[in-house]
Design a protein around this ligand. Structure first.
Ligand code: FAD
Length: 531
């Protein structure tokens, strides 16, 4: 080990950023080099594009993040125009489908809506910033409650958690009251209808500055700080391979996508946080192929609908003046349509669903002018009930030795199917969504199950666990059999989880980073003694 350890981080999303920040803060001599395949799309690295108020600028930042589906930007990355074809599904803004249908596209007919973001900040530049804690069986079984509390609180601090964002919204409060009347008696203490914790900083004008990887990186991107001097972020740099001898990694082979030049970067430890499909893909490409790699894929399935809020029920709870004041406040930031975020959290045994209820003044799709709910003064709610997918080895990505994807990495096929148990929970969640909608107003979009992959919360493909037969990483996120190779991201979550997973993945990363820092510190001490 070198006297000043170098840690190479693959991926600049919230998880890679957590490792960079905690390692540099824990190790005063260390350096971190972070490699990101996509471009920097905001002035401040990794910032949420939702904070961009100019609509054209926002659209440009999103388009640049769309990798093989990034239009003209695609060409500057050297990706052939033929890689884009129109498919049945379109990706959410800022993301690109894994199975986009062109040459080098993944094969994901069973998981068709699966998408990724390729930009500094990763999906964390486009996310909704909902950060609920996992509960009951969603939690990781091998981390004791006391330690978990510390890990998850640290993760919340890194993300600037706000537990009461928009709590002063009278419309948001009225939505909670109506939902509580419908469901309150059925929900256990502490798991009732409530505001959804989000990541960001409330602004004096009542809007939010949404958190991204920039929030997590914190001092690392503040010019002049001690940690900034030891941190380097290289965008448009694709990591092609982790170099290793079977138990120890030596560094990375990286390709500068601007020049197409490849080089070797030596590192004392490597952290792979390149999302739930592309991290296992990189390990596979590097000849690191434990049997569970890419398998046990889960997401939370989502049943959604949109409801126009009922004027009579709302006006019984919110005065005209309060509504006018709320609309005036909202008009100060028309670019951000979300005005209040409520939830019914997962609880066991009776409510194994995670409901997210977003109030917005405009519907998510245009309504014809003569629609009875068009221009509803009370606004709309977009609701989603997340349901469980129980981990099975059959579900997951199979990587190919013969076929390359559009980046020249091993291509993959995703196998995935819902079981009878999962379909039964989806049917039950649909019923509850119907009840929630009826409690709030009139449906303008009937409840429907989104296609597989739509949650964008892909888990299980690099599970952390205590048994190498069914997990890729040990309880400290180290790839089994390797001392200095750590993995991070939603792929580590081994449970059937209905919640938005980023907070959990950051908490897991906090544990991994602390352990790796201890390990590197111990190695430094040993080296000092030898000298
Ligand atoms: P990512 O953020 O995906 O970052 C991985 C990065 O690795 C990417 O930038 C990628 O380009 C890079 N990379 C991949 N391969 C390589 C390579 N070989 N070399 C170099 N770089 C590479 N989660 C929540 O918890 N709450 C929400 O409300 C929520 N809403 C979302 C809404 C949207 C529209 C989207 C898109 C996502 C949402 N998510 C949400 C998911 C959340 O954004 C992710 O959980 C989170 O970003 C995962 O962080 P990560 O660092 O593991 O991966």
């Amino acid at each position: 080990m070198t006297a000043t350890p170098t840690i190479a981080v693959v991926g600049s999303g919230p998880i890679g950023s957590t490792y960079a920040r905690l390692l540099l803060e824990a190790l005063p001599d260390a350096r971190v080099i972070m490699f990101e395949a996509g471009p920097q799309v905001t002035e401040r690295p990794g910032e949420s594009v939702r904070n961009i108020t100019d609509p054209d600028e926002k659209a440009r930042a999103r388009e640049k993040s769309q990798g093989p589906q990034a239009g003209s930007f695609r060409e500057s990355l050297g990706i052939p125009a033929g890689a884009i074809v129109e498919g049945m599904f379109t990706a959410r803004q800022g993301t690109h489908l894994l199975d986009f249908g062109g040459p080098g596209s993944a094969h994901a007919q069973a998981f068709p809506a699966a998408a990724a973001a390729t930009n500094v900040g990763g999906q964390g530049a486009h996310w909704t910033c909902a950060i609920p804690r996992p509960a009951f069986s969603e939690k990781l079984p091998f981390i004791a409650d006391d330690e978990w509390e510390d890990l998850v609180s640290t993760a919340e601090d890194l993300l600037h958690k706000q537990s009461a964002a928009f709590s002063d919204s009278p419309v948001g409060a009225a939505i909670r009251t109506l939902l509580d009347r419908e469901f309150g008696a059925e929900l256990p203490e502490g798991y009732g209808v409530s505001t959804l914790p989000v990541a960001g900083d409330p602004q004096p004008d009542g809007t939010m500055r949404w958190a991204g990887a920039d929030t997590v990186l914190g001092p690392l991107i503040e010019p002049g700080s001690d940690t900034a001097a030891r941190f380097a972020l290289r965008d448009l740099t694709l990591v092609r391979r982790v170099e290793h001898d079977g138990t120890t990694v030596r560094g990375l082979v990286v390709e500068d996508l601007r020049t197409r030049e490849q080089s070797f970067v030596e590192a004392d430890a490597v952290v792979v946080a390149a999302d739930a499909f592309r991290s296992p893909q990189l390990l596979w490409a590097s000849g690191i192929r434990p049997a569970p790699l890419g398998r046990y894929l889960t997401e939370h399935h989502v049943v959604i609908s949109t409801v126009a809020l009922d004027a009579e029920r709302m006006s019984a709870l919110v005065s005209d003046e309060e509504l006018e004041a709320e609309l005036a406040r909202r008009a100060t930031n028309p670019a951000d349509p979300v005005a209040a975020v409520n939830r019914i959290p997962f609880s066991e045994p009776d409510h194994p669903y995670s409901a997210q209820i977003m109030y917005a003044e405009t519907p998510p799709f245009p309504l014809p002018a003569d629609h009875p709910a068009a221009a509803n003064r009370w606004g709309y709610v977009n609701m989603g009930f997340g349901t469980r997918k129980f981990p099975r080895v059959e579900d997951g990505a199979t990587f190919s030795d013969d076929e390359l994807d559009y980046r020249g990495m091993p291509n993959f096929t995703i196998d995935y199917a819902l079981t009878a148990r999962e379909n039964a929970e989806i049917a039950e969640a649909t019923e509850r969504l119907r009840r929630a909608g009826q409690a709030l107003g009139a449906f303008i979009a009937e409840p429907r199950l989104l296609p597989n992959g739509s949650s964008l919360h892909f888990m299980g493909t690099m599970r952390a666990g205590t048994d190498p037969a069914t997990s890729v990483a040990d309880p400290y996120s180290r790839v089994w059999g390797f001392e200095n190779l750590v993995v991070g991201g939603n792929g580590l979550i081994p449970t059937a989880n209905t919640m938005n997973p980023t907070l959990t993945s950051i908490a897991i990363a906090v544990r991994g980073a602390r352990h790796l820092a201890d390990q590197l510190r111990a190695a430094q001490r040993e080296d000092a003694q030898v000298v």
